[in-house]
Design a protein around this ligand. Structure first.
Ligand SMILES: CC(C)(COP(=O)(O)OP(=O)(O)OC[C@H]1O[C@@H](n2cnc3c(N)ncnc32)[C@H](O)[C@@H]1OP(=O)(O)O)[C@@H](O)C(=O)NCCC(=O)NCCS
Length: 169
């Protein structure tokens, strides 16, 4: 996937492209700017320290078993969201997804557009089911999952649910 311009429902343009190892500084900046509430919802607890090893893991991905799509604001040049999947070793038709949108950009349709792009990437590499561990009160994320296709939900303890979505063909 090359860089693509999408438009939010309000017309604002956003750039989406796969992350590369060059994106470490911007990813670190994004993590530092995420509100404690959003960081907690993304990482289901305290976010990892942005050590070089963590940042390398999150950016230097192979785009087949681990994909990470970044969205940026063309006006500022800064990253505003990341969505990723990591393929399941035991069942390569499945992958776990995670997504975080910068607070000022939430509820503007960006999660929907980014997850749509991620699902397209997932299908292209043979993934048919996306899974995620989500806080049970994370209505926005649960609604996003429903956009992907038929979903199943199972309580997974500590206020979380394991969600599975079969990707639309
Ligand atoms: C959850 C998250 C990814 C949603 O992204 P977003 O860009 O805000 O979502 P969208 O604007 O595309 O909205 C998708 C749907 O969720 C709804 N929604 C979004 N945030 C919501 C909220 N806080 N409460 C209720 N509904 C919400 C929207 O109204 C929309 O509903 P629709 O399907 O009926 O149209 C984003 O809020 C986020 O990054 N949160 C912090 C990190 C996180 O929770 N990550 C998920 C862990 S995997």
């Amino acid at each position: 996937m090359s860089e693509t311009t999408v438009r939010l429902p309000d017309g604002t343009p956003v750039l989406i492209r796969p992350l590369t190892s060059e994106d470490g500084a911007e990813l670190r900046r994004g993590l530092e700017h995420l509100s404690p509430r959003s960081a907690y919802r993304r990482f289901l607890g305290t976010p990892p320290s942005p050590t070089s090893a963590t940042v390398r893991y999150l950016t230097d991905v192979d785009h087949v078993n681990h994909e990470a799509l970044g969205a940026s604001d063309p006006a500022s040049g800064h990253g505003i969201a990341v969505a990723r999947f990591v393929r399941d070793h035991a069942d390569p038709s499945r992958a776990e997804l995670a997504i975080a949108i910068a607070d000022a950009w939430q509820r503007r349709g960006l999660g929907t557009l980014l997850l749509d792009a991620l699902a397209t990437r997932a299908r292209a590499v043979g993934i048919t089911t996306l899974t995620g561990l989500v806080l049970a009160d994370n209505t926005g994320m649960l609604k996003l999952f429903d956009h992907l296709g038929p979903t199943r939900r199972q309580p997974a303890g500590a206020g979380t649910v394991e969600v599975e979505a079969d990707l639309k063909a």
